[in-house]
Design a binder for this molecule. Structure first.
Ligand code: FES
Length: 180
């Protein structure tokens, strides 16, 4: 029997079991470090949610499950806190999401230019969704991919060494008139 399970249940597992997200997404490592630093105490929930918001740009269901499991809290409590405070945002409303990392390593490698190009070409500001509901633009502070800075995340897929042209090309693939 495999010790791994893809079912997102909230088992009471020891903290040692929470060391690598099955997706390999390094952003979960950032959460691990924060939870470990707080000795997996449930009263660290807000700090961990802050860190998750910084790392992911928003709090999607998978992340909330992960935190609930790590801190041994009911998912309902994690949802409750995440939705109560307006500084936390759940998954963006767009059909697709683009997260631009504005952490230090990415910023010095030109992340500001990526964001500026998206804002200029898409008519979007950070945190906004296109009027047709297709694309939400979000920023994060270090997504754990500094070695391939500047990095962006397209619908959960981390992409490194981005340029204004590459981020625009990735987003335009999502648009109905992509052929034009
Ligand atoms: S600063 Fe962007 S991945 Fe670390």
């Amino acid at each position: 029997m495999s010790p791994l399970s893809s079912t997102p249940t909230i088992d009471r597992q020891p903290p040692s079991a929470i060391n690598e997200h099955p997706s390999g997404d390094k952003r979960f490592k950032v959460l691990d470090i924060t939870m470990k630093r707080n000795q997996y105490r449930s009263d660290a929930l807000i700090e961990v949610l802050h860190k998750a918001q910084e790392a992911f740009g928003y709090l999607e269901e998978d992340v909330l499950y992960y935190i609930a499991r790590g801190l041994k809290l009911p998912l309902s409590r994690v949802y409750g806190v995440a939705t109560f405070y307006h500084l936390f945002s759940l998954k963006p409303s767009g059909a697709h999401s683009c997260v631009v990392c504005l952490g230090t390593a990415c910023y010095v490698k030109g992340a500001g230019e990526l964001l500026a190009a998206l804002e200029r070409e898409m008519g979007l500001k950070e945190g906004e969704t296109t009027p047709d509901g297709q694309v939400s633009l979000v920023t994060a502070r270090c997504i754990g991919a500094c070695g391939i800075a500047p990095a962006a995340v397209f619908d959960g897929r981390v992409a490194g060494k981005q340029t204004p042209e590459s981020v625009l090309a990735a987003i335009k693939e999502w648009l109905p008139d992509a052929a034009s």
